[in-house]
Design a protein around this ligand. Structure first.
Ligand code: SF4
Length: 271
C-alpha cells in the first residue's frame, strides 16, 4: 500500500514538474517585504564563449568610463584566458571551461556554483533540465537569457559533480570578480546554497540567506552590488512544491522591484 502511494506521489510530482517546465513559472504573490542586509566588506570576496554575448542597447556601460566595445573586448580576452587556464586540478579533467553567456550590459547576473556534465560537454552554463527551468524563471520575469548574464563561481566541472575544493574556489574566484567588474550588474542572483555561501563567505543555510539582499564586494574597495540568494533550479526540480516555487518567485519579484522593473503578478496556469 505504501509502495502504491509512493508511485502515485512520484507520478504526480513528475507531471507537476513537466507542467512547471512548460507553463509559466510565476506564482501569484502577496505584497512583498524584502529585508536588506548590509554586510561589512570582506577583503576580496569573490570574486564566456563570448560569441554568445549579445549586446543590449542600454546606457549602462556608456555612462561609465568603460564603453560597450571596451567591455566586449575585455570579456573576450577574459574568455580566452579562462579557456586556457590550468591553475587548479579541474583544468586537466574538464572537457570545456564554462565561462558564461549573456549580455555584457546585463543588469542582473545569475551565478551558480559550478558546471555539471551537460555544461562541461557544451561549454555553456545552465543547460539541461536545470537550465530549462532557469530560463523559465527568467522569462517569468519578462526577461530573456540574452538580456541577463549567466555564469558560475567555478569555471570548470568538478569530476562526478563533487563539491569544489577550497583551493579550487580560491584559484578561480578572480575570474568571476573580473566578469562582474566588466559587466557591472546592479543585482547578482546567487543560485543555491553553495554559490551564495561562496560569494558571501558565510556558512548559513540558503533558507536563512534567501529573501533578502546582501552586499557583495567583488574586490576590496569596490562598490557593493546587491546580491539576492535563492534556491538552485536543480533543488526546485528535486523538491517541487508550491512553497519552494513561491519562495523563488518572491526572490525574483524583489529583484525586479530593486531594478524598478515591472513585476508580473499574473500566472495564467495557476489554479
Ligand atoms: S576551475 Fe578556474 S582556476 Fe581551475 S582550471 Fe578552471 S578556470 Fe582555472
Amino acid at each position: 500500500m505504501d509502495q502504491e502511494i509512493d508511485i502515485v506521489k512520484s507520478i504526480r510530482q513528475h507531471l507537476e514538474i513537466d507542467s512547471f517546465l512548460t507553463g509559466d513559472f510565476a506564482v501569484r504573490g502577496e505584497g512583498l517585504v524584502v529585508e536588506y542586509m548590509p554586510q561589512v566588506p570582506e577583503q576580496e570576496a569573490v570574486s564566456e564563449n563570448l560569441e554568445q554575448v549579445q549586446i543590449k542597447d542600454t546606457q549602462k556601460n556608456s555612462d561609465t568610463h568603460m564603453t560597450k566595445k571596451d567591455a566586449i573586448t575585455q570579456l573576450k580576452e577574459l574568455s580566452s584566458e579562462i579557456e586556457k587556464c590550468r591553475d587548479c586540478e579541474l583544468g586537466s579533467s574538464r572537457v570545456n571551461a564554462v565561462v558564461g553567456e549573456g549580455s555584457v550590459s546585463a543588469r542582473i547576473v545569475f551565478v551558480g556554483e559550478a558546471p555539471g556534465a551537460n555544461e562541461d560537454k557544451t561549454g555553456k552554463p545552465f543547460v539541461g533540465r536545470s537550465g530549462k527551468l532557469l530560463t523559465k524563471i527568467i522569462e517569468a520575469m519578462n526577461l530573456s537569457r540574452e538580456e541577463v548574464y549567466i555564469c558560475n563561481t567555478i569555471k570548470c566541472r568538478p569530476p562526478e559533480n563533487r563539491d569544489p575544493k577550497p583551493a579550487e574556489k580560491q584559484a578561480c574566484r578572480h575570474f568571476l570578480a573580473k566578469q562582474l567588474e566588466i559587466i557591472k550588474p546592479e543585482v547578482i542572483v546567487a543560485l543555491g546554497s553553495h554559490a551564495a555561501k561562496s560569494l558571501l563567505e558565510v556558512d548559513k543555510p540558503i533558507g536563512q540567506l534567501r529573501g533578502k539582499f546582501h552586499d557583495f564586494y567583488a574586490q576590496q574597495g569596490a562598490e557593493p552590488i546587491k546580491l539576492m540568494p535563492t534556491y538552485h533550479p536543480s533543488y526546485l526540480l528535486r523538491n517541487y512544491n508550491y512553497n519552494s516555487r513561491k519562495r523563488v518567485w518572491e526572490d525574483m519579484q524583489a529583484v525586479l522591484n530593486e531594478l524598478n522593473l515591472p513585476v508580473p503578478t499574473k500566472n495564467p496556469t495557476e489554479k
